[in-house]
Design a binder for this molecule. Sequence first.
Ligand code: T5A
Ligand code: NA
Length: 210
Amino acid sequence: TEGNKQESRGALVVLEGLDRSGKSSQCSRLASFLEGQGISAELWRFPDRTTNVGQMISAYLTNTSQLDDHTIHLLFSANRWEKRSLMETKLKTGTTLIVDRYSYSGVAFSSAKGLDIEWCKAPEIGLPAPDVVVYLDISPEKAAERGGYGGERYEKLEFQKKVADCYKILHDVSWKVVDACQPIEDVEKQLLEIVLDCVTECRKGRPLST
Ligand code: T5A
Ligand code: NA
């Protein structure tokens, strides 16, 4: 009926994976491809280092500041909450968001330090739920070989192994797993298929959930 008619909305697409799994490369390829197809799309990333909270996070990641593990966890979450209303507005007005890391990074990296996983999940409740989560799958060893890690706090093989284990706990059947060790173009091809399907579903009126 006409009462059920919904404005066509954008899709919330999240890419997750270990450091150096290729998320940023793929997110920018995806966003440009969609725009080229005349599909309204934007590339977002978390942490968003441009906000005040984001600058605190950036200082922590580059080891120029020290913070309690719980404190930094809540800052990462706050950094998503401060973007929530804009995120919802964009999605509702038809823009697809390709998001480089989201709540799963928040939970995986903090629980890898030993924080209680349920405690880690709590502040994420109520944020817009992704329409699809794509996990770029790579072993910590292979990821470490990619041009070596930079100097950021979490870019260490032993820690990335723990993060990989935490991602396994978070993983559910709805996640799409793509082998991130394939050539860049092959990863892109698989991602495009997943994302185009998702965009189509959302246009048909799949409701936005939290
Ligand atoms: N974090 C984040 C938290 O602890 N809590 C949170 O809530 C959030 C949101 C910063 C850190 O913050 C943590 C997680 C992170 O440790 P970031 O700024 O997103 O997060 O940093 P990284 O994810 O580490 O970004 P990277 O640049 O290291 O990794 P990407 O984006 O996965 O990889 P990308 O695309 O830059 O590629 C890395 C290298 O590999 C090559 C690229 O050319 C590049 O050199 N590459 C490939 N090589 C071969 N084959 C392929 N298929 C390739 N794809 C890419
Ligand atoms: Na990145």
